[in-house]
Design a protein around this ligand. Structure first.
Ligand SMILES: C[S@@+](CC[C@H](N)C(=O)[O-])C[C@H]1O[C@@H](n2cnc3c(N)ncnc32)[C@H](O)[C@@H]1O
Ligand code: SF4
Length: 409
């Protein structure tokens, strides 16, 4: 969680101008490549959710898979010859895909891309849309890791959150997923309406009782354009209680051997999400499906892409094979790279090796020397010159620290 701090006497964050090369990045090596596939449908839209997800009684699976193939085929020239280290099927609710549909999807990725034999393949699943035989089939098709949207084990909370599952289904889904695959992540939310510190810890303890290796803990946020933003629920914990929950959760999980390694992620040794770590280390990812974002590096430039957001529009446009399903496709300016890199890297509790900055952005560390010095003299950045890592203070005021790397060019 990040609290607001005024870092500058005028009440704004100091933003020293960096000396940036005018031209694009020059990379000597390309980062690891991941693939993200977005499945945009859910049984029902949750009132707090601002993801690109749409309620559907039945998903147009055939049309979706055909469009995905078209999207993938048109993307291939951008990733020729590169190895893929991980795949993430996110949503929405990917577990609405039939076992045969998921099998076809993964076969398509394998046929077109150079997927490493030990690639991590994560699938998000909703406890209200998961059954044992389907989870087993997904795993047999190649899914190595399930990520379950549990949110809470408290039936009253699940109801308030508009979830389609109850706590019994949550527990059953965890057991099914753990039997089907070796690796399972659980998503929990905290700072829920009328939630006490004890109730928050009770959720964490229930999650741990399954021998969980990875937990994602999200502070409930009221996102713009959601039902909760328009009609905020009663009894939301105040900032102090939210912060106390965060601290208590971290201590409880540390005692159980799950270390907080990123703002919202906790894992046992060796159980980190390789896919997400690649994002935070400013690796590359090809984003397929409606609204999916991608970042791809080339020796002379870094490109960001976004697909058309509306599922129908993306499907129709991908089928035209003219690139019109790509809503945004732009070279990232050199001046944007320090902030983009730091936005990700500083989310990792251990930060990253300082050398990764040049490796991933093509810029010299000297380009951000002023910002590094300013951040470290304010006690926000670790003084160790071989790492880029927030201090405990910097971690508490992460937004402000990240913003110090914004620059204009
Ligand atoms: C794309 S959803 C995951 C999977 C699946 N759709 C589900 O909900 O079961 C990713 C996770 O983000 C979290 N999340 C979504 N909206 C949130 C919000 N407004 N505040 C906090 N966490 C949120 C939830 O924990 C959710 O499981
Ligand atoms: S099930 Fe997940 S993606 Fe779908 S609306 Fe709810 S939180 Fe969003």
């Amino acid at each position: 969680m990040s609290r607001t701090i005024i870092l500058h006497p005028e009440g704004t964050v100091a933003r020293p101008r960096a000396v940036m090369p005018a031209g694009p990045a020059t990379l000597t090596s390309l980062p690891p490549l991941s693939v993200y596939v977005h499945v945009p449908w859910c049984v029902r839209k949750c009132p707090y959710c601002d993801f690109n997800s749409h309620a559907a009684d039945e998903i147009p699976e055939r049309a979706y898979l055909d469009a995905l193939r078209a999207d993938l085929e048109q993307s291939l020239p951008l990733v020729w010859g590169r190895q893929v280290v991980s795949v993430f099927l996110g949503g929405g609710t990917p577990s609405l895909l039939s076992a045969a549909g998921l099998d076809e999807l993964l076969a398509m990725l394998r046929a077109c891309l150079n997927l490493l034999p030990d690639a991590e393949i994560t699938m998000e699943a909703n406890p209200g849309a998961a059954e044992a035989s389907r989870l087993r089939d997904y795993a047999a098709s190649g899914v190595t890791r399930f990520s379950l949207g549990i949110q809470s084990f408290d039936d009253a909370q699940l109801k308030r959150l508009g979830r389609i599952h109850d706590s019994g289904q949550a527990r059953a889904a965890i057991e099914m997923a753990q039997r089907a695959a070796e690796r399972v992540n659980l998503d929990l939310m905290f700072a829920l309406p009328h939630q006490s510190l004890e109730a928050c810890l009770a959720d964490v303890r229930q999650a741990l009782s399954f021998g969980t290796e990875h937990l994602s803990m999200y502070h409930l946020t009221l996102e713009p354009n959601t039902v909760f933003a328009k009609y905020p629920p009663d009894g939301l914990p105040d900032d102090d209680l939210g912060a106390a929950m965060q601290d208590a959760v971290e201590a409880e999980l540390a005692a159980a051997g799950l270390r907080r390694y990123e703002v919202s992620a906790y894992a046992r040794a060796g159980a980190r999400s390789r896919h997400n770590v690649n994002y935070w280390e400013f690796g590359d990812y090809l984003g397929l499906g409606p609204g999916a974002h991608g970042k791809l590096s080339f020796h002379d430039r870094i490109v960001r892409q976004a697909r058309a957001r509306q599922p129908e529009s993306w499907m129709e446009r991908a089928g035209r094979h003219d690139g019109s399903h790509i809503a945004e496709d732009r070279v990232v300016r050199a001046g944007e790279l320090p902030f983009e890199f730091m936005l990700n890297a500083l989310r990792l509790k251990d930060g990253v090796a300082a050398s990764l900055f040049a490796e991933r952005t093509g810029l010299s560390l000297a380009a951000i020397a002023h910002q590094l010095e300013a951040a470290s003299s304010r006690g926000l950045l670790d003084a160790d010159p071989t790492r880029l890592r927030a201090t405990a203070l910097g971690w508490s005021f992460l937004n402000d620290l990240q913003e110090m790397f914004l620059s204009t060019d």
